[in-house]
Design a protein around this ligand. Sequence first.
Ligand SMILES: Nc1ncnc2c1ncn2[C@@H]1O[C@H](COP(=O)(O)OP(=O)(O)OP(=O)(O)O)[C@@H](O)[C@H]1O
Ligand SMILES: [Mg+2]
Length: 455
Amino acid sequence: MKKIKTTFFCQGCGYQSPKWLGKCPSCNGWNTFVEEEIRDTDASAAGELRFSEAAQSIDAIVVDEGQRLVTGIAEIDRVLGGGIVSGSAVLVGGDPGIGKSTLLLQVMQRLASQGRKVLYVSGEESAKQIKLRGKRLGASSPDLLILVEISLESILQQITELKPDAVVIDSIQTVYSSALSSAPGSVGQVREAAERLILTAKKSGIPVFLVGHVTKDGSIAGPKVLEHMVDTVLYFEGDSGHAYRIIRGMKNRYGPTNEIGVFEMHDTGLTEVSNPSALFLSERPQGAAGSVVVPSVEGTRPILVEIQSLVSPTNFGMPRRTAIGVDGNRVSLLVAVMDKVCGLHLGNHDIFLNVAGGIKVEEPAIDLGIVSSLASSFLDRPIDAGTVCFGEVGLTGEVRGISQMEVRIKEAARMGFNRCIIPKTSTREVHLGDASNNIKLIKIKSLRELLDHLF
Ligand SMILES: Nc1ncnc2c1ncn2[C@@H]1O[C@H](COP(=O)(O)OP(=O)(O)OP(=O)(O)O)[C@@H](O)[C@H]1O
Ligand SMILES: [Mg+2]
């Protein structure tokens, strides 16, 4: 009899070890190792799944343009880079209850209403529960097929038989292959299921959407390789205190990454927010110190966000530094630069910084906004309400140029701002066209000049 080979997998990150370990050397998780069977490559179905085509010249490969399936939901189409690429695998991750199933059911409904046959496979809910949600979302179409199934083999068989135009697997953690003895949701099962679904997608040209659960720390459960295997990784994020949801492209082989789509959750499902700047600025306080607006670019689209800060003297020995929505280390660095260059000594002050609306901004363009907001709160002087600013700040206090300056300035002008503090650079000229009449540009080279123009 053939010996079954097993190995130990970390359930957190997919690290493999021939013997059991208490602590994972890769992700440092405790007690995460589970023994799982490993499949012999030749004994597996891999042979049947492998691409068995001969090498060919790139000139000889024919593709027809316009192979993208356009859903008609503009926010999704843009995040995907202009529609769903045929044969692509899209992983959608997000916190429990954020609306992953809702979003994908809506996307499938849109495709079905265009006369395409789509298959929605659920391993989490019964057909009746999906129907109930569908009723709420207005999803009804003879071309929207619902399959409640967790067996990988049956799902693959149904895909081959039905030949749908798109497939949703909700969720990849529930899919179970009888070829492996480990439990559904374990690393081996998730990897096996994803591998075979992705290969089926590539061979048949049917795009698949995989819903992935996230772990406590916010990464997609199962091995990191899952993210490498798929073509596109989308994270669905949101704040329990707000009705809006953001879908963010973390990886995209066929489009720009970091692109975001903004939605609002209603009882009739997710509706698109086509003007997110207005949403994020809607509750902006007037004439309050510590508030400033920064045009940030997410992917290809500019979004105006409001940075708020509160600087107050420390009552206890250690000053508190709290930053929400921006990198805390970046804030500490900028505080040190302000101390040295501008003579604003925030060392014995508590600092609380927040990007209003719960959105996260990671690009360095926000540096100048952080400094302005801190200075405004520290000096207790409100920044002119019509002013926006952006730019990267270097360690010597110089203000550096950043990408896509025109896009940012135009968005600020469109939203009614009339002054923009920007980096003075010789390499990147700003050509605004018509928008230049409505907005005044103030170019600064160093933080020293900032305070003269802010108030
Ligand atoms: N009647 C309703 N009115 C408004 N919002 C609703 C209503 N019913 C559900 N929702 C929203 O839908 C969300 C659940 O959506 P959904 O089931 O798609 O989430 P999910 O990400 O698939 O969750 P899970 O990880 O559990 O599968 C709820 O958190 C709630 O915000
Ligand atoms: Mg769900």
